[in-house]
Structure formats: structure tokens, C-alpha cells
Design a protein around this ligand. Structure first.
Ligand SMILES: *[C@@H]1O[C@H](CO)[C@@H](O)[C@H](O)[C@H]1NC(C)=O
Length: 378
């Protein structure tokens, strides 16, 4: 059968050619393997670079700051102090890159915090900001440079001089015990816990100093308005929500509270009731709250318990720890989609947006006016 014979020999010849080329040709087995390995390594490198840039944001420069006053002016009525004006207190402590959450690549970096911080450039409240070094101070000044200078007070501090950092060694000791539950970053980095407690140090200090003579004070996390960052949003201001009872302290409610749960369980299981992203109260009530908070931190540390402010506050208001003179908490809950908030943001950041909305409601159509203004001058 000449036909099939020649067919078979043709195939054989092709196979031999292929085998020879694998052994000696341009794409020998060795070269192919080497090529595949190189491609895998290169792919992995690209993957890492992508995540370091966009998830971790490990970048050595500072995020660019929008100089919006080139095309927009702050309306006079926004600068006038309201009868219930809030002094906004914030702080930036550089904790380096640290793991936030349990997933791969969920890390926070100084660059990310600085990017979020940019939203303070459009917050027309009076702000007291605590920073540790001149580079951060200069960056924050740049962020606030479109607002009158008198609206910003930057205070240089060192973490060692914040009373909460006196607990560093004790917290370190608790977290180093193998049996203590590990939650990233809460019960891993003692500095992170100290930094969270330190919010109440600087809140207290700001209330005592009272630079702007305002009736209300609020802690606002650098990242609370992160959702707005890099989007075209109008200037905004925070005022207390409608009918805010001045004898309460306001928080966002992240999860329901069960006062029957003992403090030990709350701290070890990282059970959150209210969010630490924003704290709102009148000066007098804030002073009492910060004092009670610090005493609660000490009380828990003495029992070998440590976590962040969110767990401490949950424990403070549990049946076991709650004291009759504690300031009553008013919680704010946003449902999915309310005020543009979704997912964890609607649980953790509600109060911030309620305060922003309270001001928008007070000045009718101001939202439209401001955004029209922003667009037409572009
Ligand atoms: C704050 O604490 C002081 C001292 O314990 C107390 O006399 C005062 O009534 C408290 N104020 C409020 C508003 O609870």
C-alpha cells in the first residue's frame, strides 16, 4: 500500500524533525523550560508590582494634591462658624506598611493614608491635626492650603509623649503570648492599638486647648471620607445631625450590641459595636468620655486584655463594666445605599456622612450650587 506507507513515513519524518528540533533546535526542551520559567517569574513579578502599586500602594512619593481654589472659591457662609460648629480633630501616625485584614495583599501603607487625607482639603471645618514630622506637616498644610489659614491648627507631637503610648510595653507583652488571639492588625502590632487609644489623648487635649472656641468636637479618621477622594465632589462641612442630643456622644453603629457579652470575650473575639472612625460630642461630654475611656483601657490592660478602641468601647458599655456616670451613646446606622454608602462603609462611616448631609440640608440647594460652580469653572 504505497499511499498509506508514504503517509506513515511522512509522519515519521515529521516526528523525527520535531524531536531533533526539541533537542537541538531553536526551541530545545531546555530552552522551552527556561522560557516558561522566565515567563512565570516575570508574570509573578508583574503581579507583585501591580499589587504593591494598586492594593498596598507602596509608593515612595506623595499623592498629588488638587489645588481647587484655582477655579473655585469658598462661599462666605461656609466659613462663618455655625452655632453648633464642630472642631474636627485628626491625627496621622506613620506606622509603616502593616497588614490590615486577613486576605492576601490587604495591607495599608503611608501613601494610602495620605491619599485618603486629601479629602480634608475640601472639609470647611476648623481642623486640629496632630502629626509627627515636618514632611507630614507640610503635606497636610498643602492639602488645607485652599482654606483660610485660620481654619487649620497643626500640632507636632511625638508618639512617646502621648499618654497611650505608655502602655506600649504592656500591650506588647499581651500580644506576644501565643495563646492571645491574633487579629490583623488589632492584636498583632502594639503600636496600632496605642495609636487607636491615642485618638482620645488628642481629643482630650484639643478640648482643653479649645483653639477655635466651638461647642462641639469630633474625632474624624484620616480615611473616613476616602470614598470621595479623587472624585469631583463639592466642598463640604460637618455639623451635628438634626436634633442631636448635646448630652450624648455620637458614633456609627457597625454591629448590634449585646450588653450581656463579657469584656474578655469582646476583646479576644474582636467584637465591634460602634465604629471608631468618628466620635462626636460637646466639649464637656467629650472630656468626660475621654477620661472614662482611658480608665477603661487601664482596667482592661490590668486584666491582660487589649485590642483597639472599638472593642474597648464595646466592653466599656457591657453590663459588666458600664458605670452609672458614663455618657450615653447615640448610635447612627445607615442602611445599604443610604447617603451613597455601601457594604462595610455604610456600617462604619455612617455618622460622618450624616453630619455632612445635615449641613447640606441646612443650606437649601447648596449641593447643586456648589457642584454647578465646580463644573462651570473647570
Ligand atoms: C463629668 O465628670 C465630672 C467629674 O466626675 C462630673 O462632676 C460631671 O457631672 C460630669 N459631666 C457630665 C456631663 O457627665
Amino acid at each position: 500500500m504505497p499511499f498509506s506507507n508514504s503517509g506513515i513515513s511522512k509522519l515519521r519524518r515529521q516526528w523525527i524533525t520535531f524531536e531533533m528540533s526539541l533537542r537541538y533546535g531553536r526551541w530545545s526542551v531546555k530552552k522551552t523550560l527556561l522560557g516558561l520559567t522566565l515567563m512565570t517569574v516575570f508574570g509573578f513579578l508583574l503581579f507583585c508590582i501591580y499589587h504593591l502599586t494598586y492594593s498596598v500602594e507602596l509608593l515612595p512619593w506623595n499623592p498629588s494634591v488638587d489645588n481647587w481654589c484655582e477655579y473655585e472659591k469658598v462661599p462666605e457662609y461656609m466659613l462663618l462658624p455655625a452655632p453648633d460648629e464642630i472642631t474636627v480633630v485628626t491625627m496621622f501616625l506613620d506606622l509603616g506598611v502593616f497588614k490590615k485584614g486577613e486576605e492576601y495583599f490587604s495591607y495599608h501603607s503611608p501613601y494610602k493614608y495620605k491619599r485618603w487625607m486629601r479629602t480634608f482639603g475640601k472639609m470647611v471645618n476648623r481642623v486640629v491635626a496632630y502629626m509627627e514630622n515636618d514632611e507630614h506637616i507640610e503635606y497636610f498644610r498643602k492639602i488645607r492650603s485652599c482654606l483660610p489659614e485660620s481654619h487649620t491648627k497643626i500640632i507636632k507631637i511625638h508618639r512617646q509623649e502621648l499618654p497611650s503610648f505608655n502602655h506600649l510595653a504592656q500591650i506588647q507583652h499581651i500580644y506576644s503570648q501565643p495563646s492571645y488571639p491574633k487579629h490583623y492588625p488589632n492584636t498583632i502590632y502594639p503600636e496600632y492599638s496605642c495609636a487607636m487609644h491615642a485618638k482620645y489623648d488628642v481629643l482630650q487635649r484639643s478640648c482643653v486647648m479649645d483653639f477655635f472656641k466651638t461647642p462641639y468636637f469630633a474625632w474624624v479618621d484620616v480615611g473616613l471620607f476616602r470614598k470621595l477622594d479623587d472624585t469631583d465632589y463639592p466642598l463640604f462641612k460637618l455639623v451635628p445631625p438634626d436634633k442631636f442630643n448635646p448630652e450624648r456622644i455620637g458614633f456609627s453603629q457597625a454591629w448590634p450590641q449585646d450588653p450581656a457579652i463579657p469584656p474578655e470575650y469582646i476583646l479576644k473575639k474582636k467584637l465591634v459595636w460602634v465604629s471608631g472612625s468618628m466620635v462626636l460630642a460637646t466639649k464637656e461630654y467629650m472630656l468626660n468620655f475621654t477620661r472614662d475611656y482611658k480608665m477603661a483601657v487601664k482596667e482592661l490592660l490590668d486584666q491582660g486584655l487589649s485590642n483597639t478602641d472599638q472593642e474597648v468601647i464595646n466592653a466599656m458599655y457591657s453590663a459588666k463594666m458600664r458605670k452609672p456616670n458614663y455618657i450615653k451613646i447615640k448610635t447612627y446606622m445607615c442602611h445599604q445605599g443610604q447617603l451613597g454608602l455601601y457594604g462595610a462603609e455604610s456600617r462604619y462611616f455612617c455618622l460622618g456622612y450624616v453630619c455632612k448631609y445635615a449641613w447640606e440640608k441646612r443650606v437649601p440647594h447648596v449641593k447643586d450650587k456648589l457642584s454647578v460652580n465646580a463644573h462651570s469653572n473647570r
